[in-house]
Structure formats: structure tokens, C-alpha cells
Design a protein around this ligand. Structure first.
Ligand code: GDP
Ligand code: MG
Length: 178
């Protein structure tokens, strides 16, 4: 007999950040590490969804929204933010400008959602940290405290570093939301 735990809960996660910080690469890496994926495209914004099986027989469906940085698609982004449980805001650790622009992305998120949203900061391209790092962990922690976000991680889609942590963060959060 069906019980509450069999209800398929859906969570929307929007990926934001400047062009070429690695949003599409992050989503691709994250998605294709596991079993169930589907793909659909819309103009300027794509989504992929994935079912995750948690303990106690709970199943959740994550819908990952990949936004495009081009100016002509910018006006579409607020409606995706409005619909999302989690905003993953990405920057490139080798690109200071992409870090400074986090303010703008955070502002966009707060404008739509106030404090009723989970913000995850992702510093991508950690494989280039030795030679090309322009953003320190301390820089991010300062910003972090300012916005009251609890989650920050450095990743490399190229080296497959910490990608596994993204689903973990999302799972922790979806557990909280369940
Ligand atoms: P988006 O515009 O934010 O979706 O960025 P993309 O995912 O298209 O990535 C932009 C460029 O950065 C591409 O050339 C990727 O190959 C490269 N890239 C993405 N992630 C990484 C990473 O972790 N390390 C390195 N070295 N390059 C990356
Ligand atoms: Mg992209």
C-alpha cells in the first residue's frame, strides 16, 4: 500500500553565475555520474532532472536549471529563481570578476526570494588553483558571512573534484525540506 515515503518530491535547483564559470560543465558532471537522466531544452535555459534514492525508501527528483549568461536571456532568469528551492551561484576561482559579480547574482536571488531560499556558492576550476587562483577561500568566507549562506564548496569539473559534494549538499537540504 502506498505510504507517504513513496511520494516523489521534486526540487528545483537553479544554477547561476557569469558566463563560462562552468555551470553547464558542473551540471553535466553531476548528472552523468548516476542512473536516471532526461534532457529537455528551452530557449536560453536548459534543464536536466535526476531521481535520487535516499534511505528509508524516499525518492526525490532534482530538476537542475542551467541558465545562459547572454544578456538577451537575462530577463528570463528571475522566473526560474522564483520557482527554485536552491540557488547554486557559481564563480570561477581564476576569475576575480566572476567572484565580484556574485553580489549581483545574490541580489537577483534575494530580490525574488528574500531569505526563503538556500544559496550554495560554488567556486569552480579548482584544478587551476596553483597557477591561476584569483579568489581565496577567505574572500568567499567573508561574502558568505555577509549573505548568511551556509554552503560553499570549491569544485573542478575537469579533475572531478568535489562534484560528489554537490549532490550531498543538495540532499542535506532536500532532507531538510522533506
Ligand atoms: P558556463 O558558461 O558557466 O556554462 O561554463 P561552461 O560549463 O560552458 O564552461 C566554460 C569553459 O570552462 C569551458 O571551456 C569548460 O571546458 C571550462 N571549464 C569548466 N569547468 C572547468 C574546470 O573545473 N576546470 C577547468 N580548467 N576548466 C573548466
Ligand atoms: Mg552554460
Amino acid at each position: 500500500s502506498p505510504d507517504k515515503s513513496n511520494i516523489l518530491r521534486k526540487y528545483k535547483i537553479v544554477f547561476l553565475g557569469d558566463q563560462s564559470v562552468g555551470k553547464t560543465s558542473l551540471i553535466t558532471r553531476f548528472m552523468y555520474d548516476t542512473f536516471d537522466e532526461t534532457y529537455a531544452a528551452t530557449i536560453g535555459i536548459d534543464f536536466l532532472s535526476k531521481t535520487m534514492y535516499l534511505e528509508e525508501g524516499k525518492t526525490i527528483r532534482l530538476q537542475l536549471w542551467d541558465t545562459a549568461g547572454q544578456e538577451r536571456f537575462r530577463s528570463l532568469i528571475p522566473s526560474y529563481i522564483r520557482d527554485s528551492h536552491v540557488a547554486v551561484i557559481c564563480y570561477d576561482i581564476t576569475n576575480k570578476k566572476s567572484f565580484l559579480n556574485l553580489d549581483k547574482w545574490i541580489k537577483d536571488v534575494k530580490l525574488e526570494r528574500g531569505d526563503d531560499v538556500i544559496i550554495v556558492l560554488v567556486g569552480n576550476k579548482s584544478d587551476l588553483a596553483n597557477d591561476k587562483r584569483q579568489v581565496s577561500v577567505e574572500d568567499v568566507e567573508q561574502l558568505h558571512n555577509k549573505i548568511g549562506s551556509k554552503f560553499f564548496i570549491e569544485t573542478s569539473t575537469k579533475a572531478n573534484h568535489n562534484i560528489v559534494m554537490m549532490p550531498m549538499i543538495m540532499l542535506m537540504q532536500s532532507q531538510k525540506l522533506l
